[in-house]
Design a binder for this molecule. Structure first.
Ligand SMILES: NC(=O)c1ccc[n+]([C@@H]2O[C@H](COP(=O)([O-])OP(=O)(O)OC[C@H]3O[C@@H](n4cnc5c(N)ncnc54)[C@H](OP(=O)(O)O)[C@@H]3O)[C@@H](O)[C@H]2O)c1
Length: 169
């Protein structure tokens, strides 16, 4: 995806590829977009992904620090949203034109949308690696009380399992 040689096919690749199907807009937190914190010193940071990011749709980036939209090659446009998660979702749904909106992380952003009950389906890949400390995705969130159930789990070809958590209708 980032222009490297090699790679592999199989269940893990299928799961990754499936995550890009039918998506009309993305929402990201600012820390997913890049390492710059605080007010933008300038507009030189253009994301991790080079001039042609893998999104190919509008991408709404949540931040407290305004910045003009950034058009990239291949149809990706980063639009910076300072009015919070509901506004970002409204704009993303409009832009998606009937296709799905994918929330690409990071942890803080996913937790806000989960707590607001706004995520229909959460696709997680869980790997048995002890990371120590870090951001805790589900800590303190009662997924059952929010109405989620484990709808699907698929073993990967590497040491990983792909889990789909879905909100009960
Ligand atoms: N490997 C990966 O693919 C990946 C993906 C995502 C994150 N990460 C890493 O994971 C770590 C944790 O991620 P995170 O939880 O910090 O990331 P995050 O959700 O991407 O970003 C959080 C930041 O987004 C902005 N934001 C979030 N909600 C907002 C709201 N409602 N209104 C306005 N702004 C809002 C704030 O930035 P400001 O107030 O600064 O504008 C906030 O500090 C980070 O170190 C990141 O680098 C890795």
């Amino acid at each position: 995806m980032h222009g490297n040689e090699g790679g592999e096919t199989g269940v893990d690749d299928d799961v990754a590829a499936q995550g890009f199907v039918g998506i009309g807009a993305w929402i990201l937190g600012r820390n997913m977009f890049g390492p710059v914190r605080g007010p933008w010193p300038d507009e030189s940071w253009r994301g991790w992904w080079g001039e042609e990011p893998p999104y190919h749709t509008p991408v709404f980036v949540l931040t407290h620090h305004p910045r003009p939209p950034l058009k990239m090659k291949g149809g990706t446009e980063f639009r910076f949203v300072t009015e919070g998660i509901d506004s970002a979702l409204r704009q993303a749904v409009d832009a998606a034109g009937g296709r799905d909106v994918r929330l690409g992380g990071g942890v803080s952003t996913i937790r806000q949308y989960l707590n607001a009950g706004l995520i229909d389906e959460l696709r997680l890949t869980i790997s048995p690696v002890l990371l120590g400390t870090g951001e805790h995705l589900l800590s303190g969130i009662d997924m059952r009380a929010l109405g989620y159930e484990c709808a699907q789990h698929t073993p990967g070809t590497r040491a990983a399992v792909h889990v789909v958590l879905r909100k009960r209708a």
